[in-house]
Design a protein around this ligand. Structure first.
Ligand code: ZN
Ligand code: ZN
Length: 62
């Protein structure tokens, strides 16, 4: 099995805690590269470094 492919998983948006906000496109979650890791800079609360998602390797959910 090839393990090089990056997996993504939906994780609760750190900016709105799942309520939906501009950062997550009102979905309440963002796509995060696995293994998911909270942002070192803010510890999951959301900051400019994690694009306010609270995750260190989040993609913007669409
Ligand atoms: Zn949000
Ligand atoms: Zn952050």
């Amino acid at each position: 099995m090839i393990q090089h492919e990056t997996k993504f998983k939906n994780e609760t948006c750190g900016n709105c805690n799942g309520d939906g906000c501009l950062r997550c496109g009102s979905l309440g979650y963002v796509l995060v590269a696995q293994p998911s890791k909270k942002c070192d800079n803010c510890g999951g609360e959301g900051c400019h470094r994690c694009a306010y998602t609270g995750w260190s390797r989040a993609l913007k959910a669409k």
